[in-house]
Ligand binder design. Structure first.
Ligand SMILES: *Cc1c(COP(=O)(O)O)cnc(C)c1O
Length: 404
């Protein structure tokens, strides 16, 4: 049951908030503003995971997986629907980074090749990019942002040539609300013959993301953030343009078949990037999370999350001493700010003491963007649709107390 004080509906809500809150017991006790970190899974996801673990303990892991074979197979169709691609283009992994590694390692790169990244590139992508460039003699070059802080497609146009093999784009960065104009970037990259790898980790689950409409070749994402799935889950989509040229670096007996003393056959679908062993309970939970989102409707979620974040920004902008840091004309559900004379860690701790959960984004996660803006640490608040406006107002009031 929920305290009567929690307002559960407002006229313009596109989401059934009564159901959303009933399925999210943790949201009743706290103002949870960390869905960009690891969200609160809805009850059906939790029940699926725990139920399967109990079943494994009762009858054995292989037997329990066998009982759910059809549901596991159906998961590829669920993600195909979610991401606007075909089931054979989907692979499941244990994190967005694992998905990114698997696909990136398969992109052919040789000496003299160029890879272009945006200023908000994520450290977990940038480091392997730099390592690989170092190993093969390729270069990693940064596409500057526009004056408004978004990935500059005009600058990209000027940098593209036939040596560019890959453009790595972050849909929504880990450190702010800015949203990249992905389709414009894809069109430019493809005209120059480059592949587009989209890190949609902070986008899927808060924005409607369609790999086909965006025309990206590879898309990576995680389960635990906006999708509200279990930790230790991730997904990958590899579309045809990429599948035709990618060379998987390694495959196991699930990704390939050992056919003779010196021969093997690779799978031809995206599951070549999976390993045989996985956490079946979490996989089932991830599929349930995706079904839950499809049931709510991605457009409704996007509209609601965007409105929640705008409400929070509006409240924070009125507090003397608070500086908002989100860039771009189009802003999503990540709200970043600083409080004068308080470190981001102090703000996080002060809010946690009042049951308001936020996180801190450090320079090292998005080194280029933070360095350019002279930022070392910022507070990140990421409200999902299940956070009510009343709760957002409480968060604003608590920030105001800290700012005094
Ligand atoms: C969190 C994050 C990742 C990494 O996701 P994992 O599931 O932790 O591997 C990648 N890119 C961005 C933009 C992120 O915010």
């Amino acid at each position: 049951m929920f305290p009567a004080a929690v307002s559960v509906t407002s006229l313009d809500d596109m989401i059934d908030m009564t159901r959303a809150l009933a399925d999210t017991p943790g949201a009743a006790d706290r103002v949870f503003l960390n869905s960009a970190g690891s969200s609160l899974p809805p009850t059906p996801v939790l029940d699926e995971v725990v139920g399967h673990l109990r079943r494994e303990a009762a009858i054995g892991g292989y037997e329990a997986a066998g009982e759910r074979a059809d549901d596991l197979e159906a998961g590829y169709g669920v993600f195909a629907e979610l991401l606007g691609c075909r089931p054979d283009q989907i692979a499941f992994t244990d994190s967005a980074t694992r998905s990114w590694f698997a696909a990136f390692d398969a992109v052919p790169l040789t000496a003299g090749d160029r890879v272009l990244v945006g200023e908000v590139e994520y450290a977990g992508n940038a480091i392997p990019l730099l390592m690989r460039a170092e190993a093969v003699g390729a270069t990693v070059e940064v596409v500057p942002s526009d004056a408004d802080g978004t990935f500059s497609a005009d600058a990209l146009d000027a940098m593209l040539d036939e040596r560019v093999k890959l453009v790595s784009v972050v849909h929504v960065p880990t450190n702010g609300g800015v949203v990249a104009d992905v389709r414009r970037i894809s069109d430019a990259a493809h005209a120059a013959g480059a592949l587009v790898l989209l890190d949609a980790c902070q986008a899927v689950g808060q924005l409607a993301v369609d790999a086909g409409a965006l025309d990206v070749d590879i898309l990576t994402g995680t389960g635990r953030k906006w999708l509200r799935g279990p930790r230790g889950t991730g997904f990958l989509a590899v579309r045809d343009r990429a599948a035709a040229v990618l060379k998987p670096k390694a495959a196991d007996l699930h990704g390939a078949t050992w056919t003779g003393t010196e021969t093997y056959e690779l799978r031809t679908d995206a599951r070549v990037y999976e390993l045989w062993e996985c956490d079946i309970a979490s996989r089932l939970g991830l599929i349930t999370a995706a079904r839950y989102l499809l049931d709510l409707g991605q457009e409704a979620v996007e509209e609601t999350v965007t409105a929640r974040a705008a409400h929070l920004r509006a409240g924070l902008s009125e507090i003397p001493g608070v500086t908002l840091h989100d860039l771009g004309a189009r802003k999503s559900g990540l709200v970043t700010f600083s409080v004068a004379d308080r470190s981001a860690e102090e703000v996080k701790a002060g809010l946690a003491a009042q049951d308001v959960a936020v996180s801190v984004s450090a320079r090292s996660s998005t080194y280029l963007d933070m360095s350019r803006r002279g930022l070392t640490q910022i507070v990140r608040a990421s409200p999902h649709y299940f956070v009510t406006e009343k709760q957002l107002d409480k968060a604003v009031a608590e920030v105001a107390l800290l700012a005094r």
